[in-house]
Design a protein. Sequence first.
Lengths: 118, 115
Amino acid sequence: AQKVTQAQTEISVVEKEDVTLDCVYETRDTTYYLFWYKQPPSGELVFLIRRNSFDEQNEISGRYSWNFQKSTSSFNFTITASQVVDSAVYFCALSPEAYTSGTYKYIFGTGTRLKVLA
Amino acid sequence: DAGVTQSPTHLIKTRGQQVTLRCSPKSGHDTVSWYQQALGQGPQFIFQYYEEEERQRGNFPDRFSGHQFPNYSSELNVNALLLGDSALYLCASSLYFDALSYEQYFGPGTRLTVT
């Protein structure tokens, strides 16, 4: 079975606090991609990061950082010094290996709603 | 460079009616996928079109059908609407032979309300 679990339904933090959003995935594929998307109230999914299953290096982009641990099937997302503009729903997604190019799909978690209070 | 566009933005329909949603992919993309996002849930994969054929399908009934045109744009049709079909419908485009990135670009969505 292929599945993405985001156990945190909603998180509230005060501005400038650090916050970590958890993502746990299940797949039997050896090659896959993991993604994080942000969905503001407007509804459009905004791409944040892509990571393939062979690259376990952590990544930092400004205030955002990601921790990929294959051993625990987790791909967690940390926002440092959160800001009100970070308030949104964040989705983790899994794209299992495509056996032929192009026939891939995303499996999304249920999302974590982040509220950053001023 | 135009991104993924969808129309209409909002739609209200009555149970039992039929609806057609439209999507134009990002310039240069040839593959379109459709997702249904119910309130408070993550997007669920409906199906994917490439070369005017349905290539993959998620766990959705036959009431959900689609079409892709030669210009790569796509339509999602839903027949015999149920209250449970109320959702945000997202279109995503990608390049079929881009297995290196597995990346899809999403449109703003069409919010369908069934009353």
